[in-house]
Design a protein around this ligand. Sequence first.
Ligand code: MG
Ligand code: FE
Length: 176
Amino acid sequence: MQSAQTGNDVRIERLIEWLRDAHAMEAQAETMLNKQASRIEHYPELKARIDQHITETQNQARLIEGCLQRYDKSYSGLKDLGGKMMAMGQAMGGMMVNDEIVKGAQMGYVFENLEIASYTILIAAAEAVGDTQTKEVCERILVEEVAMADWLREHLPELTQAYLTRAAEPNVEAKR
Ligand code: MG
Ligand code: FE
């Protein structure tokens, strides 16, 4: 039989790994959202919501860093740079399409749901090892991810309509 101590170590190891994944995910989110917001010209409501979520995302990364530092005081998020570069590539790829604003909101909704799944997993893992501080942090972050996902889903129809209205006008830019 496995000792209780060994079992607990494996669970903590996994929790720390998933916290690192979440930190990389937030770094990627910040890069993508910044790129998106900087490109938007004709859809101020979407830009304002993204700007709000950039602030939330920066704070989320700091909160997750705090959770990691409670396990390892020397933790630094430097290795997350790879994720940032990848996100930049993805955001640049999105600029090639003529329905960039719609595709961006679509991908944004997908990304928020990835975040929702990640924090749901982290909450369960934190609970499993009795890390109430990490659990509370992840519950707080989850609320923001759900709010962003809900907002995007609720606004996709009117964004699509606004895009199509502009796209149908001659000499009017619609994609951003
Ligand atoms: Mg996030
Ligand atoms: Fe998010």
